[in-house]
Design a protein around this ligand. Structure first.
Ligand SMILES: [Ca+2]
Ligand SMILES: [Ca+2]
Length: 278
């Protein structure tokens, strides 16, 4: 049986080699075979070019698609960033702008010592104290807020007047132009009271300040709640006021003052101090 690609046979396809009948190495067969090789090689080259073309085409399509997706992502991020910026610079709703207005952050006094409230600057004996503390005033069963928590603010002794205060930066979350256009309102409230028939009292004030920390307009005051208003009952009564934030306001000062009138301790009490804007 003849092997067409026999090495010996191919090597003998040389015109200088005489025709060998047994080996069938006729020059015409060599020419035909050379043309076959040429065609085969050209076909391979063409196929190679076609393959390269297809690969380049796929690469271009893939690159175009990817570029389009990246463009879409960038647009989304830009829109998101823009929305966040708009929210931040215009208005952010908060339930209460006062830190620890309810006396529930930080330690509370369970005895007869002084524990100044957390989150406030303080002067004197003002104390964050537990309800039902027999050394203080208010019990859970006394009239007061339903959401009173565990603690409230109490004057303690021996200071005749004691206070705590904090500053609220309004423009942290409200665009100043909204304030200056008189479109922002405040709502200020607290539960204020004292002990039995004693005339000791508590109050809390709100003062708006401009960019130079200078007072704007009148100070807004909640309380005091007199023993007569409390019907001589140990209790906390709700007080609230609302209005427009004055033009030019950038921050405000919240100040709590408790004053002793009778006996050794300042029995003014206050809880749930709240300030919000709308
Ligand atoms: Ca409380
Ligand atoms: Ca007292």
């Amino acid at each position: 049986m003849v092997k067409i690609f026999d090495t010996n046979k191919i090597s003998s396809c040389d015109k200088s080699v005489p025709y060998d009948k047994d080996k069938r190495t006729h020059p015409r067969r060599c020419v035909a075979f050379s043309r076959f090789k040429l065609c085969f090689c050209l076909s391979l080259i063409c196929l190679l070019f076609v393959l390269i073309g297809i690969i380049i085409l796929i690469a271009i399509v893939f690159s175009s698609h990817r570029s389009q997706k990246e463009t879409e992502s960038t647009i989304t991020i830009t829109v998101t960033t823009s929305a966040m910026t708009t929210t931040t610079t215009s208005f952010v709703l908060k339930s209460n702008w006062i830190i620890n207005g309810d006396g529930e952050i930080g330690p509370c006094e369970s005895g007869n010592n002084i524990t100044n409230p957390t989150g406030w600057f303080s002067n004197g004996t003002i104390t964050q104290v537990y309800y039902n503390n027999t050394f203080a005033d208010q019990y859970f069963t006394d009239p007061g807020p339903d959401d009173r928590g565990q603690c409230y603010f109490y004057g303690q002794k021996p200071f005749s007047t004691t206070s705590m205060w904090q500053y609220v930066n309004i423009t942290d979350s409200i665009d100043p132009s909204l304030i200056d256009n008189q479109t922002i309102s405040y709502n200020f409230s607290a539960w204020i009271g004292g002990y039995a028939s004693q005339a000791d009292y508590a109050q809390v004030s709100l003062t708006f300040l401009d960019q130079n920390n200078q007072k704007i307009g009148s100070t807004i005051i909640l309380g005091p709640v007199s023993n007569v208003q409390r019907s001589n009952l140990t209790s906390l009564l709700y007080r609230q006021i609302h209005g427009l934030v004055p033009n030019g306001s950038r921050s405000c000062l919240v100040l709590v003052t408790i004053t002793r009138v009778y006996g050794p301790t300042a029995d003014g009490d206050i809880d749930n101090i709240s300030l919000n804007f709308s």
